[in-house]
Design a protein around this ligand. Structure first.
Ligand SMILES: [Zn+2]
Length: 121
């Protein structure tokens, strides 16, 4: 995920983190259909395709992840508003600093709370 985000710079990256028993093992990237920098828009068909892929390998979606190429890993108002499901966590990778920063949040309506993230690889 960190690699994918780096490759897509200066554009944002978005995808699902999935696994079993809250243990993240898989990254499924989705195509960013946004034409403006610092935002993303994923077409419904790409979301469905990604969800199907995760289902086929028998995993559950744990988090929806995206990158912040130049800003801190804090959810923006738009991030909160467009987050689809409070049972899915939000992961943000920031490339603002030399070492990418990863943060994970529980999203509840328009509020967020930082939670620890467990990534297996
Ligand atoms: Zn964001």
């Amino acid at each position: 995920m960190i690699q994918a985000g780096l490759q897509n710079l200066p554009n944002e990256t978005c995808g699902f983190l999935s696994g079993k028993y809250n243990n993240i093992t898989t990254w499924t990237e989705m195509k960013n259909s946004s034409t403006t920098p610092n935002s993303f828009f994923i077409k419904k068909e790409f979301v469905e395709e990604a969800l199907k892929t995760i289902e086929i390998i028998g995993e559950e979606v744990i988090a929806l992840a995206h990158s912040h190429p130049t800003s801190n890993p804090i959810p923006s108002y738009l991030d909160l508003r467009s987050h689809p499901d409070s049972t899915v966590k939000m992961v943000i990778v920031s490339y603002k600093y030399k070492n990418p920063l990863i943060k994970c949040y529980d999203i509840n309506k328009l509020t967020y709370k930082e939670v620890p993230i467990y990534v297996n690889k």
